[in-house]
Ligand binder design. Structure first.
Ligand SMILES: Cc1cc2nc3c(=O)[nH]c(=O)nc-3n(C[C@H](O)[C@H](O)[C@H](O)COP(=O)(O)OP(=O)(O)OC[C@H]3O[C@@H](n4cnc5c(N)ncnc54)[C@H](O)[C@@H]3O)c2cc1C
Length: 384
């Protein structure tokens, strides 16, 4: 058997999970190549801890890719410039690589400029530098209007902006600044986490009400007036002293330019195998549009990217080794919803359930918060 090359594009949650699962299944004559432009990996959830000051700097949640080579995973630290899915080639800054299998795991790109005024006026919660700047702004905040804005769907980790609201609420209470602060959420969504169903939306709304966090659904931001510190929505306006934004998300331009996205703006895939319409080309994680039976899409979350990466790896390895594989992604996954004061709730779901996703949300506990911290640590230790 001649050696095959599997090129994994993107070394985030999905790419790292796929690379490790492939390496553990394939003999050394097969190359596992990970192409990633960043020198270090960190999880999005770290931004919340940086924002809240629990983590001093984004660097404290980072790990470099240095150990991968020793594990038999080749790492190419370059930007991907072109993907040719028909010819199975990838062009980076300095080379063009031919592959037998492509796993596209390039995630979602943030597009703050898509909302005029956003880059100048909003602290970008989804960017580690934005989270760090926000840490400073919150530390010196003594009262006024804080607005959390979810500008467009889809966005990664639909729970994260709600977690940010709970953490800010808790920290302002600790500093006795909560009474002088009006904390509001404006979102384009019709309810919190619509894909999780109305009961989860209601549970979250109750948690917001309990903490006196105002909630304005169905608000599509048109632009932000930076001078007057005002958000202009389709239907009304809102003032702020401190604006925390979740920017629009788009597929990375290299993926759009390759003609791989459909009308959703993301790569359509088979929900069980993550195959694209190109043979031996897979898309996993945030870049993939996984359509659910109720017409909605699987949320963009690391836990799904990771499971999808493992499934794809198992199937590619089986094909190369001439085995059969029953590995299928089942749409199940859970995540921790931090609420402040060292506690987190746990939401778990079967997103492939019929006729619509079945999701449960447990009460917050300290034990769940420790599990969330362990969630980060265990992946960093296993992968890097
Ligand atoms: C604030 C916040 C909190 C979150 N909390 C959670 C949580 O609690 N649980 C959870 O499961 N998920 C959480 N997420 C979501 C999670 O981070 C993403 O869903 C996950 O990272 C998606 O994995 P991925 O592999 O698809 O993409 P990514 O992890 O984003 O990886 C994509 C990689 O591709 C690289 N890349 C992109 N373009 C190029 C190019 N042209 N050339 C080379 N490399 C390129 C990028 O540098 C990146 O490393 C959170 C996200 C945020 C922002």
């Amino acid at each position: 058997m001649t050696g095959k090359t599997i090129a994994i594009l993107g070394g985030g949650f999905g790419g790292l999970a796929a690379a490790h699962a492939l390496r553990s299944r394939l003999p050394v004559e097969h190359r596992v190549v990970l192409i990633e432009r960043k020198r270090a990996f960190s999880m999005g959830l770290s931004n919340l801890w940086v924002m809240a000051g629990q983590r001093a700097h984004p660097k404290d949640g980072e790990r470099t890719f240095a150990k991968l080579a020793g594990k038999g995973i080749e790492i190419v630290h370059e930007s991907i410039r072109e993907i040719d899915a028909a010819r199975m080639t990838v062009r980076t800054d300095t080379q063009t690589m031919a592959a037998d299998y492509l796993v596209i795991a390039l995630g979602a790109e943030l597009a703050p400029s898509a909302i005029p005024g956003f880059p100048e006026a909003a602290y970008n919660l989804y960017d580690s530098e934005g989270a760090l700047a926000l840490q400073g702004a919150l530390r010196t905040f003594t009262g006024g209007k804080i607005v959390i804005l979810m500008s467009r769907t889809p966005f990664k980790c639909p729970a994260a902006p709600y977690e940010a609201a709970f953490l800010i609420d808790a920290s302002l209470r600790e500093r006795a600044a909560r009474e002088r602060t009006q904390l509001s959420i404006y979102t384009i969504e019709p309810q919190p986490m619509p894909v999780a169903g109305p009961h989860i939306g209601e549970a979250l709304r109750a948690m917001l009400t309990q903490r006196n966090i105002a909630y304005f659904p169905d608000h599509a931001a048109l632009k932000i007036d930076t001078t007057r510190k005002r958000i202009l929505f389709e239907i009304d306006e809102a003032d702020f002293d401190l604006l925390i934004g979740v920017p629009p998300h788009v597929a990375p331009s290299v993926v759009r330019d390759a003609g791989l996205v459909d009308s959703t703006g993301w790569i359509p895939v088979d929900a069980s195998t993550l195959k694209t319409r190109h043979p031996r080309v897979y898309a996993i994680g945030d870049i993939a549009a996984v359509k659910l039976k109720n017409g909605m899409f699987l949320p963009k979350a690391g836990i799904f990217a990771e499971s999808e990466g493992r499934v794809v790896a198992e199937n590619i390895a089986a094909e190369i080794l001439g085995h059969t594989s029953a590995a299928r992604f089942d749409g199940r996954g859970g995540c921790y919803l931090e609420v402040g004061n060292g506690k987190a709730a746990y939401g778990e779901g079967d997103f492939y359930a019929l006729p619509s996703p079945r999701v449960t949300l447990e009460e917050p506990t300290g034990a769940r918060m420790r599990e969330k911290e362990q969630f980060e640590q265990s992946r960093l230790d296993a992968w890097l």
